[in-house]
Design a protein around this ligand. Structure first.
Ligand code: CA
Length: 232
């Protein structure tokens, strides 16, 4: 599946150069001209990476990055008109994955995007072959066992797969599409409400053993693992 890149840039000429270069490299693109549009496109489409200009009107790129990082660890590549160390440091501190100073060559930009995507694919997520714990939730993937505060929870294979998916990247918000991809292997088409009903069942089963914060809903985006804390 082609990677989908969100390009956020207010300069139409630069935006078009970036879009053209990424599409020529086989990626799908979406564009946004300002911070508000960037946030709504991001929520709608859950892109694989965001190319984000720092100098945007109204909400600047740093603020857009901060907002995205509240709910997602989707890679962000900053663009800046100023090759100043302060921008670079600030951008990376705010959670950007890389930084390109203008003027840049489209070829260099594509190479940076590819490098980030490759790094993300290779990034060690939590090893699912070992015991995973979060709060009072303990999951043993190989034994297909889950327990909350030592009370066992019986999950179906799919509920277990979804829970594992969310647990593997605890800071990431998964769109329904991403959950489908991870839990079903992306090979079949299932209605959104099917995912919702699995999530509802996972929450119900965990709530029955005292876990009230198993899965969080991020409105308009999807789901992430909750704190799974035991209420004392
Ligand atoms: Ca700009």
């Amino acid at each position: 599946m082609a990677h989908c890149i969100l390009v956020v840039e207010d300069d139409p000429h630069i935006r078009e150069i970036i879009r053209f270069a990424l599409e020529k490299a086989g990626m799908k693109t979406m564009v946004a001209c300002d911070g508000d549009e960037a946030m709504s496109r991001f929520a709608e489409a859950a892109p694989d990476l965001v190319v984000l200009d720092i100098g945007l009107p109204e909400i600047d790129g740093l603020e857009v990055c901060r907002r995205i990082r509240k709910t997602s660890d989707t890679p962000i590549l900053f663009l800046s008109a100023r090759d100043e160390e302060i921008d670079r440091v600030l951008g990376l501190e705010m959670g950007a994955d890389d930084y390109v100073a203008k003027p840049f060559s489209p070829r260099e930009l594509v190479a940076r995007v590819n490098a980030i995507l490759k790094r993300v694919r290779a990034a060690p997520v939590i090893d699912l072959s070992v015991i995973i714990s979060r709060g009072a939730l303990v999951v043993r993937p190989q034994a297909h066992e889950a327990a909350f505060s030592d009370r066992p929870v019986a999950l179906t294979a799919l509920e277990f797969a979804i829970l594992k998916t969310l647990l593997a990247r605890p800071n990431m918000v998964f769109s329904r599409e991403k959950i489908l991809e991870a839990a079903y292997g992306g090979s079949i088409h299932v209605a959104d409400r099917t995912i919702d009903s699995h999530i509802r069942n996972i929450r119900g089963k965990l709530a029955a053993v005292g876990c009230e914060s198993a899965v969080e809903t991020v409105h308009g985006v999807g789901f992430r693992i909750g704190r799974c804390e035991a209420v004392t």
